[in-house]
Design a protein around this ligand. Structure first.
Ligand SMILES: C[S@@+](CC[C@H](N)C(=O)[O-])C[C@H]1O[C@@H](n2cnc3c(N)ncnc32)[C@H](O)[C@@H]1O
Length: 258
């Protein structure tokens, strides 16, 4: 669904490249780690250093790459659709390669990654199917996909992805709303099985940084899904077998999926 149905801010809307081209300069001063890094920290079953080949989709300025590198990820590739965001990522010096590409059509070789991550970009995609299929193509059987997103409930509360072009001049970057069930449907159809699901709320940590958001207190603002590519099936399968658990994982408590 296009976000315009829910928009309560009514800022001028620009397309993705135009928006992030302008936001690249100030992006890292305005995005809060509570949005995504806090959820990554809370994942129970991923050993970040155990995956030799990692892809950061929609890597932006490289926040996620820097976080992964600090946790021992060795070879991290990044792709993004906005050259100015990639320039910032390059400055970080944590990526093996960086390329200008769309997350749904990367042009990267099949099966080249053990772990893929995408943070805070799915709201800019009109359709989730091509993303989940492309990441399934890129990930080896049994490999992982960590999807972090801006929560659909927060988007539906009326707040699109936006930034200040200049002080007092807010701009929306064209956004869509995907329900969590939309993610599950698209991922299952591409051969992914859900291993963990988490959600982050607007809580005291948020409000300490953004007191004006008291009106949103208690709302979910971001989510994380840990997907594992079905070991013996590829993209295109209609859904995971409900009884199958990742090698090394158990139903009774956390263990590591690799
Ligand atoms: C909010 S930023 C997130 C950046 C980074 N992942 C982070 O967590 O800080 C969204 C990024 O998604 C990129 N993006 C949006 N749509 C994309 C697409 N279809 N393909 C590749 N990158 C895309 C934008 O250029 C931007 O850099």
């Amino acid at each position: 669904m296009d976000h315009s149905l829910y928009d309560k801010r009514h800022y001028p809307v620009v397309e993705v490249r135009e928006g992030y081209r302008e936001w690249a300069r100030t992006y890292e001063q305005t995005v809060f780690d509570e949005m995504d890094l806090r959820l990554l920290e809370r994942l129970r079953t991923v050993d970040w250093a155990a995956h030799p080949r990692v892809l950061d989709l929609a890597c932006g300025t490289g926040r996620i790459g820097a976080w992964l590198r600090a946790r021992g990820a060795a070879a991290i590739d990044g792709i993004d659709i906005t050259p100015e965001m990639l320039d910032r990522a390059r400055d970080k010096g944590v990526y093996r390669t960086l390329a200008l590409a769309d997350v749904s059509r990367t042009g990267l070789p099949a099966g080249g990654y053990d772990l893929c991550v995408q943070s805070l970009a799915d709201e800019h995609l009109a359709d989730l199917g091509p993303l989940y299929r492309e990441v399934a193509r890129l990930t080896r059987p049994g490999g992982l996909f960590v999807m972090v997103g801006y929560h659909p409930h927060f988007l539906m509360a009326g707040v699109p992805t936006h930034f200040d072009r200049a002080p007092g001049e807010p701009i929306t970057i064209h956004s869509y709303v995907h329900l969590l069930s939309d993610h599950v449907r698209a991922a299952h159809a591409a051969g992914w099985a859900l291993r963990e699901l988490d959600e982050g709320l607007v809580d005291e940590a948020w409000l300490a940084k953004k007191p004006r958001w008291d009106a949103y207190r208690g709302l979910p603002i971001s989510f994380l899904m840990l997907w594992q590519r079905e070991p013996r099936t590829g993209a295109g399968r209609r859904g995971p077998s409900p009884g199958r658990v990742a090698p090394g994982a158990s139903r009774s408590g956390p263990s590591t999926v690799s």
